[in-house]
Design a protein around this ligand. Structure first.
Ligand SMILES: Nc1ncnc2c1ncn2[C@@H]1O[C@H](COP(=O)(O)OP(=O)(O)OP(=O)(O)O)[C@@H](O)[C@H]1O
Ligand SMILES: [Mg+2]
Length: 292
């Protein structure tokens, strides 16, 4: 299990780093194999920072991240188990090299002793898992492939290592609607093969489509979490309700009413279990059980 326990990230900002900005504030969540957890929140709520900390790309300022109970130590062993895919597939490829290079780099780093035929079999297997025909992508330059194909190739690259967990940060936001569904269905497929996915998104409908559990971030703090059906079906925090209200509906005209910002929950606030498994940030009432 991949566990975040009260993880915090502060940055020094402003001229000469004189101020601190708390990008992530006491976030706790568990990721288990075979489950997709959506991490949802508006721009700047801290989603990418959470993903980067899980991947060891940004050090945590407080709290802990553990894999099967052991503190995370980024390195080859860790990356064989935990992989990440990010928003912009185009930036991961060098336009002057064939796309195969991103796979080749994994071979050199992680599978130096693997024989040619065995490696090709491995590549074919992971391409098949992301529903890409090898002949369609191998030997091509990035500009010869679509955004969806490039994104799926990056997922295939992550799968080459046989990870147990995948951080997928806005991986569908640069794709068109039909390719997006394709990539989402792929995630569902990977989940059924036992992969645990942290699906980072600002789009609630995508979170609803693909995940078992949802965690809603507002200004770096978890304001609501629980089974997706409960969080979306019965949103308890005003921020979650606002996010749900702001999803455009195909059947209604958008009236464009500007929305007031959701105020911070007054302090002291804690996550309270409002119904089984469904937590919401509130000012604590003495009769309710608190978890943070
Ligand atoms: N290296 C950094 N130095 C200073 N502040 C940072 C740094 N990285 C992120 N931040 C700040 O931390 C906050 C959270 O950023 P983050 O990228 O995690 O948000 P996000 O939820 O992923 O947003 P988006 O949906 O736009 O991708 C923002 O206020 C951002 O400006
Ligand atoms: Mg982000």
């Amino acid at each position: 299990m991949l566990r975040l326990d009260a993880v915090t990230k502060t940055y020094r900002v402003g001229a000469f780093g004189g101020r601190t900005l708390t990008a992530v504030d006491g976030v706790s969540l568990d990721l288990v194999p075979g489950e997709v957890v959506s991490l949802i929140g508006e721009s700047g709520s801290g989603k990418t920072t959470v993903g980067r900390m899980i991947l060891g790309l940004t050090p945590v300022s407080g709290g802990s991240i553990t894999l099967d109970g052991a503190p995370v130590r980024p390195g080859k062993d860790y990356y064989r188990q935990v992989q990440g895919v990010f928003q912009d597939p185009f930036s991961c490829y060098n336009p002057i090299f064939k796309v195969d290079r991103v796979l080749q780099m994994i071979r050199e780093e992680y599978f130096p002793g693997t024989a040619g035929a065995q490696w090709e079999e491995k590549v074919a297997e992971s391409l098949e898992a992301v529903r890409l025909a090898p002949a369609l992508v191998l030997g091509k330059y990035p500009h010869q492939l679509s955004g969806g194909q490039l994104q799926r190739l990056l997922i295939a690259r992550a799968l080459l290592l046989g990870p147990r967990f995948l951080v997928a940060d806005e991986i569908t936001s640069m794709l068109d609607a039909s390719t997006r569904i394709d990539v989402l269905n792929l995630l569902a497929d990977l989940k059924s093969r036992g992969l645990g996915v942290l699906f980072v998104t600002h789009d609630l409908s995508l979170g609803n489509y693909v995940s078992e559990r949802a965690v809603v971030l507002h200004r770096g703090r978890v304001v609501e979490s629980g089974p997706t059906g409960l969080v979306f079906g019965n949103p308890l925090h005003p921020y979650t309700a606002r996010l749900l209200d702001s999803v455009p509906r195909l059947t209604a005209r958008w009236d464009g009413v500007p929305q007031e910002p959701v105020p911070d929950t007054p302090e002291p606030s804690v996550l309270v279990e409002a119904e089984p498994g469904h937590f919401v940030r509130r000012v604590p009432a003495p009769e309710l059980r608190s978890v943070s």
